[in-house]
Design a protein around this ligand. Structure first.
Ligand SMILES: *[C@@H]1O[C@H](CO)[C@@H](O)[C@H](O)[C@H]1NC(C)=O
Ligand SMILES: *[C@@H]1O[C@H](CO)[C@@H](O)[C@H](O)[C@H]1NC(C)=O
Ligand SMILES: *[C@@H]1O[C@H](CO)[C@@H](O)[C@H](O)[C@H]1NC(C)=O
Ligand SMILES: *[C@@H]1O[C@H](CO)[C@@H](O)[C@H](O)[C@H]1NC(C)=O
Ligand SMILES: *[C@@H]1O[C@H](CO)[C@@H](O)[C@H](O)[C@H]1NC(C)=O
Ligand SMILES: *[C@@H]1O[C@H](CO)[C@@H](O)[C@H](O)[C@H]1NC(C)=O
Length: 459
């Protein structure tokens, strides 16, 4: 009896060590036109001792290159395939056949993620999400594959409240219809809830009330959640626990959590506070130390839990639209060189890293900002961006008409700078950015040099 019990315990320990080792992963985002080849990327990742790699697709070349490495792979069903797979077991079987069975077990596939942040957009897909996950899981089961978990990464916007952590609650539009069945599936299959957690975004949206030190794991003042008495030393733990409390309210207190994406941008626009190499290195290094600590630290609501974690991203990706931070989440530059020194195994003591460049933008900029044509842009590239900006909204470019106050000098560069500023000033609150595919950048200096009153953003 004792021997039997020992065997049982031993084997269950073995199973969980496969599932929940604390090795750190990276996200292999590829939205760049200047990135190293998959072959070189794998070599780099191996030399960095990256333990897991999360793909945003199931690229066959990557899956093949990853075979025989000891890297645990997370592969993804694209959002576009979800409805089709949900409606047909044959479609699921075909997907599993050509994207899993053709590579497994030589490639250590550990997760199949169905879609990416589906609940943050495209409502049409929502009803199909859990059915598609079930079908993929059925197909894996039919092939006796039990150590590949099926999940789906969610963004923090699945929560309608996160602070204090005990108030964590899922959005009412998805709570009963999607989250409850999703949690039932994850619990029943002993899978993980994948959540993309960016303390940077939470802090930068509220940098007056949240201290930077708290977001960067160097809080000296801990915060207590007065509903639970739990004490928090960092923002990441607060965010993770808000997810745990939201799950608990739906009756699933025990589903394990994995962090699908986290990180800190190394550069940003003038209106983006705290995006710099110093903060990014601090965040990533301390994150890695926390997540690889032995014994595991977990979070205040779940002390001792192992949390598989994927850092975003492997590379800076120059084709991501939106504010400048979007193109600067990489651990590596697009040429493969490290942006800051980092030991992904967490073994290197923090005190042994060289001093970092000083952070210059940790306090929000206050003043006026304009949006102007970026240096080096070719005039021929400006006209379609100019007409796009001027077509948005009423009177955005009225001052540029012949005879109007900003018509002179008649130059496409000047007119485009006016149009970009006017458009951005009008629509920034609705999320418009000063980017225009790289044609524009923010500036503190009025591009008209005073000759015409050009609309600006005031921070
Ligand atoms: C993979 O890991 C196992 C056990 O940790 C080790 O024996 C083996 O050499 C590793 N293989 C490679 C290719 O690193
Ligand atoms: C979740 O899974 C556990 C372990 O398998 C089980 O005991 C529990 O009843 C499940 N919870 C729900 C709400 O189904
Ligand atoms: C910041 O804290 C103050 C005082 O507690 C509060 O009134 C304000 O709403 C908070 N701001 C945000 C953005 O949460
Ligand atoms: C804050 O909490 C951490 C983790 O629980 C603990 O190690 C640390 O001593 C606390 N710091 C303060 C100032 O209370
Ligand atoms: C600018 O124009 C050139 C040639 O027309 C084109 O190759 C390039 O991609 C354009 N750049 C942008 C940012 O649109
Ligand atoms: C456009 O703007 C002008 C001046 O600001 C205003 O008088 C007019 O009503 C606006 N038209 C529309 C359709 O909003």
């Amino acid at each position: 009896m004792a021997a039997l019990l020992a065997t049982f315990l031993f084997s269950s320990l073995l199973v969980s060590s496969v599932d929940i080792s604390n090795k750190i992963g990276v996200n292999y985002g590829r939205r760049g036109d200047n990135l190293p080849s998959p072959y070189r990327s794998i070599e780099t990742v191996r030399s960095m001792n990256v333990g897991r790699m999360k793909l945003y697709d199931s690229d066959h070349e990557m899956l093949k290159l990853l075979s025989g490495t000891n890297i645990s792979v997370s592969t993804m069903v694209p959002n576009n395939d979800i409805i089709r797979i949900a409606s047909s077991q044959a479609a699921a079987e075909q997907w599993v056949q050509s994207n899993v069975l053709d590579f497994y077990p030589d490639t250590t596939i550990r997760f199949v993620l169905v879609g990416n942040e589906v609940l943050s957009h495209d409502q049409r897909i929502w009803p199909s999400l859990v059915p598609a996950m079930r079908r993929i899981k059925n197909s894996l089961n039919a092939h006796d594959i039990t150590n590949i978990k099926v999940s789906t990464p969610l963004a923090m916007d699945v929560l309608q409240s996160t602070f204090p952590p005990s108030s964590g609650e899922f959005r009412s539009d998805i709570k009963d219809t999607v989250m409850a069945p999703l949690l039932r599936f994850l619990n029943g299959t002993k899978s993980f809830l994948f959540i993309d957690v960016y303390p940077y975004l939470a802090w930068s949206a509220n940098s007056r009330n949240i201290s930077l030190d708290f977001a960067l794991f160097r809080g000296r003042a801990n915060q207590t959640d007065h509903n639970t008495g739990l004490v928090y030393s960092n923002l990441l733990d607060q965010m993770l626990d808000s997810v745990i409390f939201a799950m608990t309210k739906l009756g699933y207190p025990d589903i394990r959590i994995a962090i699908g994406e986290t990180g800190w941008p190394t550069a940003g626009d003038i209106d983006q506070v705290g995006a710099n190499i110093n903060n990014a290195a601090t965040y990533n290094r301390k994150l890695i130390q926390k997540m690889t600590a032995k014994p595991p630290l977990g979070t205040p609501a779940r002390p001792g839990a192992v949390i598989p974690t994927f850092i975003s991203s492997l590379y800076d990706e120059n084709q991501k639209p939106g504010p400048t931070t979007e193109r600067h989440w990489g651990l590596l530059r697009s040429n493969g060189m490290p942006i800051h020194d980092i030991d992904i195994t967490g073994k290197r003591p923090l005190s042994s890293y060289k001093p970092l460049p000083a952070a210059r933008n940790n306090v929000p900029y206050r003043g006026k900002l304009w949006c102007e044509v970026a240096p080096g842009v070719d005039a021929a590239n400006l006209s379609s961006a100019l007409s796009y900006a001027c077509s948005q909204g009423n009177q955005t470019c009225a001052a540029l008409n012949p005879g109007q106050r900003c018509y002179e000098p008649i130059s496409v560069f000047w007119h485009a700078s006016y149009a970009f500023s006017s458009y951005w000033a009008k629509f920034r609150k609705q999320g418009a950015t000063c980017y225009f595919n790289g044609l524009a950048r923010q500036t503190r200096n009025n591009p008209s040099r005073g000759h015409c009153n050009i609309p600006s953003v005031t921070l």
